[in-house]
Design a protein around this ligand. Sequence first.
Ligand SMILES: Nc1ncnc2c1ncn2[C@@H]1O[C@H](COP(=O)(O)OP(=O)(O)O)[C@@H](O)[C@H]1O
Ligand SMILES: [Mg+2]
Length: 309
Amino acid sequence: MQSPDFNAPHRTASGVTPQAVPHVRSAADGAAAPRVIAVASGKGGVGKTSVSVNLATALVNAGQRTLLLDTDLGLANVDVMLGLSPRFTLADVFAGRCELRDTLLAGPNGLMVVPAASGKRHMTELTPQQHVGLVHAFSELDLPIDTMVVDNAAGIADGVLTFCQAAQDVIVVVCDEPASVTDAYALIKVLSRERGVSRVQVLANQVQHAVEGRQLFEKLERVSARFLDVTLNYLGAIPRDEWLRRAIQRQEAVVDAFPSCPSAIAFRDIARRSRQWQSPAGPRGHVEFFIERLIAQAPAPAAARSAAA
Ligand SMILES: Nc1ncnc2c1ncn2[C@@H]1O[C@H](COP(=O)(O)OP(=O)(O)O)[C@@H](O)[C@H]1O
Ligand SMILES: [Mg+2]
């Protein structure tokens, strides 16, 4: 499946199967469970895809084996932002035309990408069971990855909630517009009340000054502390940056295209901080990406340990 001509890629990407990716191990090798970070916002256009692409690229550049998953099933654009031409997308997986592994694309610097499809309306009408099915399909991907970044659609539909719930951390992107703040709150509320999400990382985007990011966070934090049982952490702020727009025009991550510009510096900082988050020790008892690997690496309960001794 090709992108339309007006998105002609700067670089051609080949579909790669896990066999073509170096260092492939099988699940039997006991590969550690990757950390999964979902990026969401409630409102559209605040910068989820820019954050996902640049966070994933910054992680790859820091030596992390990283997979970027596009779950914006109706209006996918991770592949467009990176100038990639997918042969197969998640739409083909759901149509039974290929396996999940066939969608894998080689992005810049070894970044692996699973693209979604644009303009396929039926992809926005998947059932909750199909969303859970996609989460579980990742357990079959025997890829050695350290981190998976999940770019989400706007809104608070079932797919967004399931992909956020299935991640270990959720970054909620917010910008200085009333609708962005109320939509971010709405998202955090349903994630906390309906999906058991207990901590959220708040990232302010398109800020004019650093203090603006902190103020946005404090607004969200005040209301959440009053009405919700969820911990909000302030992840930081990405400045509004003309270089980021130029990088998007060039279909490249800004951290690669203009590494010393203000947004690139901020993205590297966010990537560095995200690596310090404490991951939950084992599975949390609900839908989760890579659940089998989480179970395999979870510490054994005390009774089982003493029986084994
Ligand atoms: N930090 C930023 N500085 C300048 N422009 C930005 C920034 N973040 C996002 N944008 C602009 O906003 C547009 C929408 O961003 P995008 O990442 O596609 O949002 P979303 O995925 O939330 O819909 C981008 O095309 C870009 O022009
Ligand atoms: Mg997007």
